[in-house]
Design a protein around this ligand. Structure first.
Ligand code: NAD
Length: 255
C-alpha cells in the first residue's frame, strides 16, 4: 500500500531527469499516485515527453506560466482528463543570467519583474486556476531556497523572489485552508540541475555545504522527493503555510 494511493498529481517544472520535479514525480508514483506533467513551451516538449514515458505519466499539457491563456487551457485539459485532482507541484523559477551575478543593487526593473512573475506570481496564478478542481484536503507544494532568508552571493533577485514565494505560500495557505487544501514550501539545499547551472559560484556553494552542513553532505533530488511525499500525504494533514528545509541541516548553522 502506498502513501499516495488513489491521488492524482499535476507536476510543473520538469526540464529533464535531473529536475527536482522529476524526483518528486518518481517518488509520488512509487507511493501509488497518478502523475501528469506540464511543460514550458515546445522546446521542452520532447524532453518532458521522454520523462513522462519513462515514469508512466498519464498525460502532458503545455503551460508557460507567463501566459494566463496557457494556464487556463492547461487546467481545462486537466479537468477533461481527470475531473478533479489532489496535488499541485510548483517547481518553477527563472531569472535572466545577468541578474544572477554581481551586485543586487544593479538589478534591472525588467529583470526584477520577470523573475518575480515567473518564480512567484505563477504560484498564485496556477493555484487560482487549480482551486475549482482541486479536491478538498489537497496539497500544493512549491520549491524555495535559503537565499530567501539569508544573503547568498550572486543569488540576488532570485533570493528576493524566494522570500516573496515563501510569503505567498503562507497567504495562499489561509485562502485555500477553507477547503482543507494545504500549501507548503520545501527549502532545498543546492542540487545540480539546469536551473542551478545559472547561479554563479554554484560549485563553491555546493562544496561548502558538503563540508559544513551538520550531515556533512549535499541533499539529493530524492531527499526532496520524499519530503514532497510527506507534504502530499495524510502524514501531514495539519501542516500548512510551512517552509521545510531539506538541506542536511545547513540552514541552522551560524559560523
Ligand atoms: P530545473 O531547471 O530542472 O527546473 C526549473 C523549471 O522551471 C524547468 O522545468 C523550467 O521549464 C521551468 N520554467 C522556467 N520558466 C518557466 C515558464 N515561463 N513557464 C513554465 N515553467 C517554467 O531546475 P530545478 O533546480 O529542479 O528547479 C526547480 C525549483 O527548485 C525552482 O523553483 C528552483 O528555484 C528550486 N530550487 C532549486 C535548487 C537547486 O539547487 N537546484 C535549490 C532550491 C530550490
Amino acid at each position: 500500500m502506498g502513501l499516495l494511493d488513489g491521488k492524482k498529481a499535476l507536476i510543473f517544472g520538469v526540464a529533464n531527469n535531473k529536475s527536482i520535479a522529476y524526483a518528486i514525480a518518481k517518488n509520488f508514483i512509487e507511493q501509488g499516485a497518478e502523475v501528469a506533467f506540464s511543460y514550458a513551451g515546445e522546446k521542452l516538449k520532447t524532453r518532458v515527453e521522454k520523462v513522462s514515458e519513462e515514469l508512466g505519466g498519464k498525460f502532458l499539457v503545455p503551460c508557460d506560466v507567463t501566459s494566463d491563456h496557457e494556464i487556463e487551457a492547461c487546467f481545462e485539459t486537466v479537468k477533461k482528463e481527470w475531473g478533479t485532482f489532489d496535488i499541485l507541484v510548483h517547481s518553477v523559477a527563472y531569472a535572466p543570467s545577468d541578474a544572477l551575478k554581481g551586485r543586487y543593487v544593479d538589478t534591472q526593473r525588467a529583470h526584477f519583474a520577470m523573475a518575480l512573475d515567473i518564480s512567484v506570481y505563477s504560484l498564485v496564478a496556477v493555484a487560482k486556476a487549480a482551486e475549482p478542481i482541486l479536491n478538498d484536503g489537497g496539497s500544493v507544494i512549491t520549491m524555495s531556497y535559503l537565499g530567501a532568508e539569508r544573503v547568498i552571493r550572486n543569488y540576488n533577485v532570485m533570493g528576493v523572489a524566494k522570500a516573496a514565494l515563501e510569503s505567498t505560500a503562507k497567504y495562499l495557505a489561509l485562502d485555500m485552508g477553507e477547503r482543507k487544501i494545504r500549501v507548503n514550501a520545501i527549502s532545498a539545499g543546492p542540487i545540480k540541475t539546469l536551473a542551478a547551472a545559472g547561479i554563479s559560484d554554484f560549485k563553491k556553494i555546493f562544496n561548502h555545504i558538503a563540508e559544513n552542513a551538520p550531515l556533512r553532505d549535499n541533499c539529493t533530488q530524492d531527499d526532496v522527493g520524499r519530503t514532497a511525499v510527506y507534504l502530499a500525504s495524510e502524514l501531514s494533514t495539519a501542516v500548512t503555510g510551512e517552509v521545510i528545509h531539506v538541506d542536511n541541516g545547513y540552514s541552522i548553522m551560524g559560523l
